[in-house]
Design a protein around this ligand. Sequence first.
Ligand SMILES: [Cu+2]
Length: 527
Amino acid sequence: MTRREFVHKAAGLAAVAAGKARAEAPALKPGSLAKFVDPLPIPEAAKAIGVRPAPGQPGAKAPVYRIAMREIRAKLHRDLPATRLWCYGGSVPGPSLEARSGQGLYIDWPNELPPRHFLPIDHSLHGAEASTPEVRGIVHVHGAKAPPESDGYPEDWYVPGKSRTYFYPNRQEPAALWYHDHTMGINRLNIYAGMFGLFLIRDDVEDALHLPGGRFEIPLLLCDRSLREDGQLDYPVSGDPARPWVPEAFGDVMLANGKAFPFLEVEARRYRFRVLNAANGRFFRLSLGNGRSFQQIGTDQGLLPAPVTLERTLLAPAERADLVIDFSGLAGEQIVLRSDSFEVMQFRVVPAKSEDRSLVPPALRPVPKTRESSAARTRPLALIERMSLKGESMEMLLNGTPWHAPVTEKPALDSTEIWSFINTTDDSHPIHLHLVRFQILDRRRFEPFIYLNSREIHYTGPAVAPAAEEAGWKDTVRADPHMVTRIIVRFEGYIGRYVWHCHVLEHEDNEMMRPYEVIEAPVAPTT
Ligand SMILES: [Cu+2]
């Protein structure tokens, strides 16, 4: 260790110790917050500040937005003091972007965060060494088909006082995308602090369906947090001050649009909910407390071919569900939205003030099946967890390779591939590929110990097709434990460097992320 490194390390330890000494208010007792006392906030719509010439389209102009990374204090609950948060714009979630399919837009993303981080950085993680600045940010729009220079590569972070301007072409079908921090090594902390927001794309085809819209279309950005009695965020640490990383962070306070256990007054009619799981690690299995069913009409990358009637739907971190709930005939009732045993929020049904003219047509949007025979190759990709001798999680790896190893996945532009995630671990990992949308082919149980010893796959069950609510365009897929999960993906749009990773943020920050590169299609031989 050089003297410089030693000084940094000592400073880091002192900071951790100071943080602990400050650590202060005890944890909020589970169940101590009064439920359903705050109305559900609706994130405000981002407003353009001007126009600039659109790239590659002479004479055309594109709107410009400016959304700064900032520290704020906001009340998460009526009975709590304001909480220190980091966010985009001035709220958690940040302002919602609304774009039309095919109409590009610019966003300036200035970093106006304070000079010190307030959550426990682990300097032993790759990319978060004590020699890197403590406060860094870089934005990624999850699900966007964006050129590589606007995708928010994790190593392209920048410090307070700096900014980036990204262009989003939006040449893709309507979907609920979301933007969030993607900074190497501290992504889990920045998002936990509140750095995320919604990015909706619409088009005329979807508008013509007459789904519930306007004030009857409600974004629901869900996450869980641990809080202290003084209202401040509590992020779990390992107990080893030199390596505070934990493999998962779960909280018992459920936030919807940045409020703890809020309520929403709804009219007795149909509503459309654009639901996002923005949690670090929690899977939400959503159901209605009165046991009634609802319809799921869309998934990550847009509408399903047809509505699916469900009593519950499972959302891994970063997955989205487009839901329609029909409250007609329920005036006077109070209905809790649950996630397994947790209460999330409450709907209070009041009589409808006008006739419900919305529709949920039996056919929504065709999703042509990508044929397996169109795939140029299959990539077997193992998901592996490295454990210490004490049985503690050390790191998670994609295909046994750390982030900084040379790029191994290099699909050609406009080629189709099958990616086969061989999950040897005991956890479900939501795997996300940047740039692309894909379809789930199947999941199949296998024997992980044989695989780890011999690299041979011994299946122990039949291949299972995805559930109806997953059988649309996806950008994040649950790779369930001891299963081989296959997706089929066409690499369209741009050549260049992107990433794929697990969306459990603690995993992603500890090596469960890899670069991949879309390369120029090989020139066909001429005869
Ligand atoms: Cu994972």
